[in-house]
Write a protein that binds this ligand. Structure first.
Ligand code: SF4
Length: 371
């Protein structure tokens, strides 16, 4: 018996040069990245969990190398990872193949090798162009390295470039958000992703806050900067198509769109999550444990849950409201949302309920109110 294999694959590459001050992701800080060990473990995980996979049977529409910092695998590591993947499945002719990269890892030779290996979209972790903000965030790159990276990526023939920026930094840093937006736009990316700074426990930032060394940005700053980004990026021709995402025509992230539309996907690597249409599963987080389990030919699963009817209903609402496609709302949902329309938080067009940027600022509360 064969199983229907998802058309989307996420590979979590956990390595980072150091931990950024705000980051609580599952990462492995390594100066020397164990490329061969990692790629071999990915191969074992794919073979163990998808024994029916083969290039004839398994075709992908999107492949996303996320992290962590996949660019830390370098030219050879990405080529070897892509070989391992291709040995087991086929990338559709128009597949979107994304790598997340930090600017300090992007050299002309590395990005040429990534392009040759099949990468056609690069998501660059810029976060800010302000040297003081970059140092405060413990980022390993300089602001000059961001533009040099974009030039190198383009020179290698990758035009689909996304830039990540963080907003709502503590006001004491004096970061000029408007200037950062302008500098990102000047690089002419096809996509921009924005993240509002959140203080996660057990991060350097949480310790600074607890000691009183840092005061978080107030909610008004979060709202002002979110709305400014909407205004500036929309004026520059970007479509605000998801609460955190902006794209030029034809450059929406197809991989993320699969998550948002409830499609199934496979996730491999430490801490990788996966969804098969009704069940979520996630892998153990620590890199060493993930490798150990795979060496012993054991599934690195840490947990799973089958979505209940209520979970699915809540997810339908949340996923619908987070994108500009909106939610096909039931009569009772449309009736509940009338007040939001009057408040300027939503628009109702026929049966479709769409949040405005003002509404996206309240996404969690509005989704919860409907469910
Ligand atoms: S580079 Fe990304 S994943 Fe790594 S520590 Fe920084 S924010 Fe976290």
């Amino acid at each position: 018996m064969t199983q229907r294999l998802p058309r989307h694959l996420y590979v979590h590459v956990p390595f980072c040069a150091r931990r950024c001050s705000y980051c609580d992701f599952s990462i492995a800080v390594r100066r020397d990245v164990p490329v061969d060990e990692f790629v071999e473990a990915v191969e074992v995980e794919l073979d163990l969990r998808f024994p029916y996979g083969s290039p004839e049977r398994w075709t992908l529409d999107t492949l996303y190398l996320g992290g962590g910092t996949p660019s830390r695998l370098g030219a050879r590591g990405i080529a070897s990872l892509m070989d391992a993947v291709r040995h087991r499945l086929r990338l559709a002719d128009d597949a979107e193949v994304t790598i997340e990269a930090n600017p300090d890892d992007v050299s002309a030779s590395a990005v040429r090798a990534w392009r040759e290996a099949g990468i056609n979209r690069l998501s660059l972790g810029a976060q800010s162009f302000d040297p003081r903000a970059l140092a405060w965030m413990h980022r390993a790159h300089t602001s000059d390295q961001i533009s040099m990276a974009v030039d190198a990526v383009r020179a290698a023939g990758i035009e689909n470039i996304s830039i990540d920026l963080i907003f709502a930094l503590p006001p004491a840093l004096g970061r000029d958000w408007s200037d950062d937006l302008s500098r990102a736009i000047a690089l002419n990316p096809s996509h921009v992703s924005l993240y509002g700074l959140t203080v996660h426990e057990r991060t350097p930032l949480a310790r600074w806050r607890d000691r009183g060394d840092v005061t978080e940005a107030p909610e008004e700053t979060y709202a002002t900067e979110f709305l400014l980004a909407h205004e500036v990026l929309s004026a520059a021709g970007f479509d605000h198509y998801e609460v955190s995402s902006y794209a030029r025509a034809g450059a929406r992230s197809r991989h993320n769109a699969a998550y948002w539309s409830g499609e199934s996907w496979v996730g491999v690597g430490p801490a990788a999550h996966e969804f098969d249409g009704s069940r979520r599963r996630w892998n153990v987080g620590p890199y060493a444990q993930w490798v150990r389990l795979l060496r012993a030919r054991r599934d690195p699963i840490e947990g799973e849950e089958v979505l209940s009817f209520e979970n699915r209903a809540a997810e339908r609402v949340y996923l619908g409201l987070r994108t500009s496609s909106g939610l096909m709302a039931t009569p009772s949902e449309r009736s509940s949302a009338r007040r939001w329309v009057e408040s300027g938080w939503a628009r109702l067009e026929g049966e479709t309920l769409r949040l405005t940027p003002e509404g996206w600022l309240r996404l969690d509360a509005l989704a919860a109110a409907l469910t």
